[in-house]
Write a protein that binds this ligand. Structure first.
Ligand SMILES: Nc1ncnc2c1ncn2[C@@H]1O[C@H](COP(=O)(O)OP(=O)(O)O)[C@@H](O)[C@H]1O
Ligand SMILES: [Mg+2]
Length: 265
């Protein structure tokens, strides 16, 4: 953690998008996240890595209160988004999740048309006044997800009829349609073939222009390719956080070293 306090001191408040302080998560008696403190930067891709079951998904879900939907889960501590506590009673989790979007492991388009998948969020959040405005948001989101050219002539066809890689890009378009500030991605490429994976990775790099992106990945190669910052989790602890290059070439903690050299995981 020494490493992190050095990083922290160099940061200005403007660059920090999300601050976690003393975050604990319990599932009943199980202590799944143990006192996590981290500052996640704006316009940056941050990778969460670590062995299966170490708490990556659990901690990711803290950032948009998805753990609220899991009965057994209890979250303690603070998560600030632009300095505001997202667990404050006045925060509406539905509004929060429009600002902090999420893409899951398995592409999960709604059983609706391609158009309606993307239009869904803007409709419920009242982001478009006219059909023309909605059309524009749909087009812009599909372009942003690098899917427009492949679907522009069949927007009324079912989203579930697309290939796996296209479905995942549709889910990314759906997430960006509500103009989020943060995009959380939980192993977004694990159900994709190598070509679709590299398309989504390229897209992640573009999304960084506009958002803070946090990606959980079990692939260290992927973390190295897409992220600027990496956080290594082990048994519910955030063991080490820093520049991706440093984590992979000069890890400070023996647990990180063991993981990246393939001795644990
Ligand atoms: N809904 C749940 N109920 C109970 N325990 C859970 C639940 N989700 C995860 N866990 C437990 O919490 C720990 C962390 O899980 P998870 O966040 O899914 O890890 P990762 O994403 O790193 O594989 C694991 O021990 C897992 O079994
Ligand atoms: Mg997981």
């Amino acid at each position: 953690m020494n490493d992190m306090s050095i990083v922290e001191r160099k940061l200005t408040q403007d660059e920090i998008k999300i601050s976690a302080r003393g975050v604990q998560v319990y599932y009943g008696d199980k202590h799944a996240i143990k006192d996590v403190n981290v500052d996640i930067l704006d316009k940056t891709v941050t990778a969460f890595i670590g062995p299966s079951g170490c708490g990556k998904s659990t901690f990711l879900r803290c950032i948009n209160r998805m753990n609220d939907t899991i009965d057994a889960a209890r979250v303690d501590g603070k998560i600030l988004l632009d300095g505001e506590d997202i667990y404050d009673k006045r925060v509406d989790p539905v509004q929060l999740r429009a600002k902090v979007g999420m893409v899951f492991q398995k592409p999960n388009p709604f059983p609706k048309s391609i158009y309606d998948n993307v239009a869904y969020g803007p409709r419920i959040h009242g982001l478009a006044r006219t059909r023309g405005e909605l059309d524009e948001i749909v087009e812009k989101s599909l372009r942003g997800a690098a899917l427009w050219n492949e679907v522009k002539d069949r927007l009324q066809e079912a989203g579930t009829g697309l290939s796996g890689g296209q479905q995942q890009r549709l889910c990314i378009a759906r997430a960006v349609a509500t103009q989020p500030e943060v995009l959380l991605m939980d192993e977004p490429c694990s159900a994709l073939d190598p070509i679709a994976t590299s398309q989504v990775e390229e897209l992640i790099d573009q999304l960084r222009q506009d958002f803070s992106v946090v990606i959980v990945t079990h692939s260290m190669q992927q973390a190295a390719r897409v992220s600027q910052k990496t956080a290594f989790f082990h048994l519910g602890n955030l063991v080490e956080y820093g520049a991706t290059d440093d984590i992979f070439t000069r890890p400070q903690d023996p647990r990180t070293e063991s993981y990246i050299s393939g001795r644990i995981g």
